[in-house]
Design a protein around this ligand. Structure first.
Ligand code: TYD
Length: 209
């Protein structure tokens, strides 16, 4: 069997984040297309999920009532599997990885939204991720009212989407705080803008990595 050509540059890991209804799913296909146009292999994946086990955990996480600690631990169980069996192997062979959510979501939803102490998360991050981080995170940011309107138009709400407005306000604030701390990695995209403007913004950001 012919060996595939070695990639000329190492893989990049890009993650998409934002409150439910911020519109990240709308931009995922556009981003994937732009990345593939660079001639690189791309793995598109998501969290929670991205592996057979992770998708089973996703089903539980999105549908079953559970304690906040259980929720955080299951998110990290799914992430451990995802990182070890999908993300790192793909990057190692030179592919790029685009993940619909990653560890910033745990900070925003479980710490910001649910109120879990951020030190708990730091322990899990250190354990599961070490210093492994995305090369670029696109944070789709929008006012809670607009996000709520978009959620209302979408399909049946899951366990997170059923939360009240105050929950999403806390999630958004936690995301923005994270972006302030890591401005080089996390790029905030104004999701209230017209779709074409957002696309040119994304296009421009992609050129920078
Ligand atoms: P989401 O990514 O919004 O998928 P869809 O577009 O299909 O609704 O759904 C995943 C949900 O999981 C979302 O509400 C946020 C939540 N979540 C966390 O609370 N913590 C995490 O660490 C991750 C990855 C997701």
């Amino acid at each position: 069997m012919a060996k595939s050509k070695a990639p000329s540059k190492p893989g990049k890991f890009i993650t998409l984040e934002g409150v439910d209804g911020a519109g990240k799913s709308t931009h995922l296909d556009f981003l994937a297309e732009k990345i593939r146009a660079r001639g690189v292999e791309l793995v598109v994946t998501r969290e929670p999920g991205g592996t057979v086990l992770g998708e089973k955990l996703r089903h539980l996480l999105l549908n079953e009532a559970m304690q906040p600690d259980t929720e955080l631990l299951l998110m990290y169980a799914a992430r451990a599997e995802h990182v070890a069996t999908v993300i790192k192997p793909a990057l190692a062979k030179g592919a790029w990885v685009l993940s619909d959510r990653f560890h910033d979501a745990s900070f925003a939803y479980q710490c910001g939204g649910r109120g879990i102490d951020a030190n708990r998360l730091l322990d899990l991050e250190e354990w599961v991720l070490g210093d492994f981080k995305p090369d670029l995170t696109l944070l789709f940011d929008v006012a809670p009212k607009i996000a709520a309107k978009r959620r209302a138009q979408a399909r049946a709400a899951d366990r997170f989407e059923q939360e009240q407005a105050a929950f999403f306000t806390r999630v958004r604030e936690a995301y923005l705080l994270r972006a302030k701390v890591e401005p080089d990695r996390i790029r905030v995209v104004d999701s209230a803008l017209d779709i074409e403007l957002i696309r040119s913004d994304l296009d421009w950001i992609l050129q920078t990595i």
